[in-house]
Design a protein. Structure first.
Length: 346
């Protein structure tokens, strides 16, 4: 195992410490500091940006040749860390609590704050590509800039932000939300360089922080009132799609679908909006018409049979919504398709 002792707190100085430890050079472009790992250490890069408001950003996208431990051990108030694992996994523990390991898996986030003179230790696995986004918040500077806004925070997170003297330890872990996943993708896809990149990354970092605070507050609600969707719950939304398609003739209701897949109705609605830009009812409506069109194309069902197969008992209503959506009546659609099939077989 490689053990690196980091005695800096700002993102830029952390990059410098790492460069010195790895006997490598870093580059600085418009206050963005980037270290490309030497081949003796691994592959990939670590980059850091500091802002004037006490918010720093560290991006890790690298593979270490050996298990690597980064120990942040400066004898001062450490930044409040918001860690997001986008690929791979890491282990975290507070410096004086080696036996109390926290494993942070892919698509998970952790909010960590240590007591004064008790640092953080992050351990990276060998030969595993790891991508981490870390927000580093100097609480004193950040509170001075954002104090009026922080007054509206509630609960443990308010206490953590206001703990500028680092009197308490705090640890929270959960899967991060789809909105955050989308922001991280935008961050990594942004291709500009120089000052545009710095401005963009700063803007995204503040958006991430806002979304994370909203997500944390949502996670403190009971399950029936929680609304925001975690990445771990995406599969349940996809199960809801399967359930709708399989039971389209029975016209399932939202509460029934939510219960079937194990989510509350609010969260399921939010998931459909995020994944399909649609409400559940609109999705059911579209699915019903798509299945009806497919039946008209590939079966000899009459119009009433097709309507009944997708949960519509009124032939006239079915004809109305079909024409409204496809700009042709189901009878005309079926006749044209039969004519094409006859011509292709002749």
């Amino acid at each position: 195992m490689i053990k690196i002792d980091i005695r800096s707190m700002s993102a830029s100085h952390i990059i410098r410490d790492l460069a010195e430890a790895f006997d490598a050079k870093f580059e600085k472009i418009c206050e963005e500091y980037t270290l490309h790992l030497p081949s003796t250490i691994g592959t990939g890069y670590i980059t850091g940006i500091d802002t004037d408001g006490g918010l720093g950003v560290l991006l890790y996208d690298c593979t270490f040749n050996q298990e690597t431990e980064l120990s942040f051990s400066v004898n001062e108030v450490h930044p409040l860390k918001f860690l997001y694992v986008l690929e791979g996994s890491i282990e975290h523990h507070f410096q004086h609590e080696e036996k109390n390991l926290h494993k942070i898996e892919e698509y998970q986030t952790a909010i960590v704050a240590c007591e004064l003179k008790n640092g953080h230790v992050l351990t990276f696995r060998a030969d595993k590509n790891t991508r981490i986004h870390s927000l580093e918040i100097n609480r004193k500077t950040f509170s001075e800039k954002m104090g009026c806004d922080l007054r509206n925070l509630k609960g443990d997170l308010k206490t953590v932000f206001e703990d500028v003297g680092a009197k308490r330890t705090f640890y929270y872990r959960d899967h991060f939300s789809l909105e955050l996943a989308d922001l991280f993708k935008k961050m990594y896809d942004f291709g500009e360089v120089d000052y545009l990149r710095k401005i963009y990354l700063e803007g995204i970092a503040y958006q991430v922080l806002v979304k994370q605070i909203i997500f944390y507050l949502d996670s403190q609600k009971d399950e029936n009132n929680s609304r925001l969707l975690r990445t771990s719950e995406v599969e349940q939304v996809r199960q809801a799609v399967d359930y709708i398609e399989e039971h389209i003739a029975e016209t399932p209701g939202i509460e029934e679908i939510a219960k079937e897949v194990g989510l509350n109705a609010n969260k399921l609605q939010h998931g459909f909006k995020m994944l399909f830009d649609s409400t559940i009812n609109k999705f059911i409506h579209k699915t019903r018409l798509d299945i009806a069109r497919n039946l008209l194309l590939h079966t000899d069902y009459n119009i009433s049979e097709v309507a009944y197969s997708v949960g519509i008992k009124s032939k006239s209503y079915f004809s109305h919504i079909f024409k409204e959506y496809y700009k042709i009546t189901p009878t005309e659609f079926q006749q044209k398709n039969k004519a094409r099939r006859r011509n292709s077989n002749s």
